[in-house]
Design a protein around this ligand. Structure first.
Ligand code: PLP
Length: 368
């Protein structure tokens, strides 16, 4: 039985006719840049998330960078975030000349611990970036309270969480700006790279639109420093079709997560915690596993896909050595990095496939 970590082709097959016609409409129009599908998808995404403005761009990484550029974050500034995330979160802070300041995570949600944020604030703090890791919303109320009290904007890294909600509000639309990724494996994935910034702030929305277009409002006149970061029309057309199915894709992931929970009950692994304040959309189904590396080897030997997101927290990454991070600085993140294992998870995953995965896990713990 073929089991995949992510089944992008299987999902495409299910909606092939609609996707193919959307692609052909763009090919026939020749409007590969700024075609009408871009504006339509931005509008539909804004409606879906419940924000006033959505601006497409070339990737989730660009979305974070453009968001920070619109907030004038640069050299000498500090941005608070989690060390237990994909590198893009800190990379974009550092690329702008600012300094990532890490705050450890909660052991259960794997997200930034709001109780530790205030102690990390200095007069140089310009933003707080929570990450809704694995599709589980961070605890936003406390973060927004700190944001209001200290007048520091929150940028949500919702790259992994399109469709997740926090107290009935879609994530991305809670902070000052939300950043989304449409990388193919994401819950709403396109057929290449794409991303989006969302906000309710008109001025920021305009600034982000201009920054993403070389800092230009009028062609060849550049009012501010910008970048070239566009959402391609082809990707927008594909995403427009897939957005209509997102709730159904996310529900399928949630059902698969429930089945994994049942199958893994009674084993030594810790199944994912779903915080009661929100809707986890299981971009990843990530367990904590005793003897994790040996378990990973066992699965590999049986051809069962799995992944470690992420093996090294950012404060210990070589490229970020200038921040002076050392082992022991963020123990909860370090422990997570040593214990987490993500299992195959996608909208097409079947009970039979999950039985193969979980039987192999049970077999491992019977002998180890
Ligand atoms: C938490 C997080 N932030 C940012 C990004 C960057 O998104 P992209 O790959 O679209 O540039 C990702 C993508 O993997 C991510 O997982």
């Amino acid at each position: 039985m073929k089991i995949q970590m992510v089944d992008v082709v299987g999902q495409y097959q299910r909606i092939k006719n609609d996707v193919d016609s959307a692609i052909h409409a763009v090919l026939d129009s020749g409007q590969f840049i700024n075609g009408k599908e871009v504006g339509e998808f931005e509008c539909e995404s804004a409606g879906y998330i419940g924000v006033k403005y959505a601006i497409g761009c070339a990737s989730g990484t660009d979305a974070l960078q453009i968001a920070m550029m619109a907030l004038h974050i640069g050299p000498g500034d500090e941005v608070i975030t989690t060390p237990f995330t994909f590198v893009a979160t800190a990379e974009t802070i550092a690329i702008l000349g600012a300094r990532p300041v890490y705050v450890d995570i909660q052991a259960d949600t794997f997200n930034i611990d709001p109780a530790l944020v205030e102690a990390a604030i200095t007069p140089r703090t310009r933003a707080i970036i929570p990450v809704h890791l694995y599709g589980q919303p961070a605890d936003m109320d406390q973060l927004m309270e700190i944001s209001r009290k200290r007048n520091i904007p929150v940028i949500e890294d919702a790259a992994q969480a399109m469709g997740a909600s926090y107290k009935a509000r879609k994530v991305g639309g809670i902070g000052r700006i939300g950043c989304i990724s449409f990388f193919p494996s994401k819950n709403l994935g396109c057929f290449g790279d794409a991303g989006m910034m969302v906000t309710n702030d008109k001025e920021l929305a305009e600034a982000m639109k201009v920054i993403a277009a070389h800092g230009s409002r009028v062609k060849y006149y550049h009012d501010m420093l910008g970048v070239n970061s566009r959402l391609d029309t082809l990707q927008a057309a594909i995403l427009k079709v897939k957005l209509r199915h997102l709730e159904e894709f996310n529900a399928a992931r949630q059902r698969a997560a429930g089945r994994y929970d049942d199958m893994l009950r009674g084993t030594p692994v810790t199944t994912p915690y779903a915080a009661p304040y929100g809707q986890h959309i299981f971009h990843q189904y990530t367990i904590r596993a005793p003897k994790r590396d040996a378990l990973a080897e066992h699965l590999k030997a049986r051809g069962i896909p799995h992944a470690i997101y992420y093996p090294v927290p950012l404060h210990l990454q070589k490229a970020y050595a200038m921040s002076g991070g050392k082992v022991g600085d963020f123990p909860v993140s370090e422990r997570a990095a040593a214990e987490v294992l993500s299992l195959p998870m996608h909208s097409e995953l079947t009970q039979e496939q999950q039985e193969v995965v979980t039987s192999a896990i049970k077999e491992f713990y019977r002998t180890h």
